[in-house]
Design a protein. Structure first.
Lengths: 406, 155
């Protein structure tokens, strides 16, 4: 791989002492990156994120949005959550980037340059919802270990790429293909070069869907480094960990992919429901596939105080993994009564849907507005925290905001 | 004579100052490099010296919180910093809650899958620190909304 490196000077920000040290940086750092120490460590500048985003973890980088930051119909980079299992790679060169399709179930492995991928196969653009499997983990009781995501590990950006199925058809897949597994160039936290931080994937039926992309653009531009530049998988509606970043290899497997974080307990939940805190054997844990129905009130920001007789406009998004959303309702009385919101159709399959409502309050006081979506199969969001599971996945409990009427 | 002695005195002080600043600059340089490139010297499990140097330079505690890491200042803090932060951020620890059994489970998982070494006698120190300072809170099935920032909304 061709490596372009910039040598920059680092200044110690003290009047008395000045040292110049040559530090080698990658060419993939954002352009507005400045060689001042405080800024180097500032994730908001490093990843072009809004200051309202919440850093859960800085090694590895894990950053989430807050509900009101996700108000855009298409999530811009500055409000998109970052979830990493390993260290974000550097020195990535799109000009020499290749993708190899291999594995037991390909006829012959084949390697494409990024340019070949872009020009050989038809390009498609979809809005795709990506939600971290652990979004909402912070509410589980007893607590589940890992990054304590609240509500902001979800996004719906516009992804451009080629269909994975077109590429797999071009390579030639055997009948015994069961699963695809991706491989990226991020590195393990321990520094062990023999360990992959994450290598997950999806079963063939998901891999062959029209919306499953090998993407090279996000919102019309090169994918930002933290989100998988220059090439990533996007399998909307499934735990976002199935959508590998910085990928250079996809293996077509004749068995369920056995890469890092495919095995229990990672991204798995008990096959049968368990009591809170119960121990679950590895063999009794099942891989999460489609994410459950969920909604988020993105306007107003929680904590709004309005005058009596004022009508409150609310809006937000709803999504349902592999399905679409049939309706969204709101309640201002903790679920005693529910009222329908106006719900838009999705722009395309696996895109989140927008809802809004105008709310009048009967009298002064403290209210919570709860939103509840229902998927096409009639399954709704629970008001309480759903089934406890050891790793705290799939919390799709109703979202709520606080409002005071004066 | 007196003048010469004075000059020598000044020279000695000057040399000491030079040495002192050289040490500070070298130390800061290493720290800065460590900040820029967190992998610097951190992979070597045999060499906790680097981390100890960093910690001793950043000992400040405010309101019971060790500022450099965000850990609660309590018995075992240095052992926790030395064992936990070479691979991941302190934030990954402080945002989690578990009892002794839970923390031991997390340590075992890291040893089995994440290259964490045998902690020896440090393990008890670490587990006691974590179970005391980062114990589970009773949350029930759904908590009240917390930390609401109230604001006037005209819409």
């Amino acid at each position: 791989m061709k490596r372009r490196k910039f040598v920059r000077h680092i200044f110690l920000g003290s009047a008395a002492s000045f040292i110049g040290a040559d530090i080698v940086f990658s060419s993939s750092m954002p352009e507005n990156y400045r060689p001042v120490i405080e800024q180097d460590l500032d994730p908001y500048k490093l990843f072009n994120k809004d200051k309202g985003m919440v850093v859960l973890n800085n090694k590895p980088w894990n950053i989430e949005a807050r509900a009101h930051l996700l108000d855009d119909r298409i999530t811009p980079n500055k409000y998109m959550f970052i979830r990493n299992n390993g260290i974000i790679p550097r020195d990535l060169d799109a000009n020499t980037w290749t993708l190899t399709i291999d594995g037991e179930s390909v006829n012959t492995p084949k390697t494409y340059s990024l340019k070949e991928l872009k020009t050989t196969f038809k390009n498609y653009t979809y809005q795709l919802t990506l939600e971290c499997g652990g979004n909402g983990r912070n509410e589980f009781n007893p607590p589940a270990k890992g990054n304590q995501w609240t509500v902001g590990a979800v996004s719906c950006a516009e992804w451009t790429g080629v269909r994975l199925k077109d590429v797999l058809n071009d390579v030639g897949i055997k009948n015994d293909a069961v699963y695809i597994g991706y491989h990226g160039v991020d590195t393990h936290l321990s520094g062990d070069p023999n360990k992959e931080p994450i290598s997950r994937g999806v079963p063939m039926h998901k891999a062959l869907l029209e919306e499953t992309l090998i993407a090279f653009k996000m919102n019309g531009e090169d994918i930002p480094l933290a989100h998988g530049y220059p090439l990533r998988l996007v399998a909307g509606g499934w735990p976002a960990s199935a959508s590998g970043k910085w990928i250079n290899r996809i293996s077509v497997r004749d068995q369920v992919h056995d890469g890092t974080k495919m095995k229990a307990p990672a991204y798995r939940v008990p096959c049968n429901p368990v009591a809170p805190g119960e121990k679950v054997k590895a063999e009794d844990m099942c891989i999460i596939e489609s994410m459950p129905v969920k909604s988020l009130i993105t306007y107003p920001k929680s904590g709004a105080m309005i005058d009596e007789n004022q009508t409150l406009k609310i809006r937000g998004h709803a999504w349902a993994g592999e399905l679409d959303v049939k309706n969204v309702q709101y309640s201002i009385d903790f679920g005693a009564t529910w009222t329908d919101c106006l719900l838009e159709e999705p722009v395309n399959r696996l895109a989140w849907q927008h809802f809004n409502a105008n709310i009048k309050f009967p009298k002064k006081g403290y209210y919570e507005i709860w939103s509840r979506a229902m998927d096409r199969n009639g399954i709704s969001q629970p008001m309480l925290i759903p089934g406890w599971n050891p790793k705290g996945y799939l919390n799709n409990a109703c979202h709520r905001i606080a409002v005071k009427v004066k | 004579m007196k003048n010469k002695a004075f000059r020598n005195g000044v020279k000695r002080v000057f040399l000491r100052l030079v040495l002192f600043f050289a040490l500070i600059i070298t130390g800061s340089g290493a720290l800065v490099y460590k900040l820029i490139n967190p992998s610097f010297l951190s992979f070597d499990e045999e060499e906790p010296v680097t981390i100890a140097v960093e910690a001793s330079n950043l000992e400040a505690v405010e309101n019971g919180i060790h500022l450099a890491t965000g850990f609660k200042a309590d018995k075992g803090l240095q052992t926790v910093i030395r064992s936990c932060t070479p691979c991941h951020s302190a934030k990954l620890v402080t945002q989690n809650r578990a009892n002794k059994e839970g923390w031991i489970g997390i340590i075992r998982w890291m040893q089995e899958t994440q290259n964490l070494w045998d902690l020896g006698s440090d393990e008890t120190v670490i587990v006691n620190y974590l179970a005391k300072n980062y114990a589970p809170e009773k949350k029930g099935r759904r908590e009240n909304l917390k930390d609401i920032a109230w604001y006037e909304l005209d819409n």
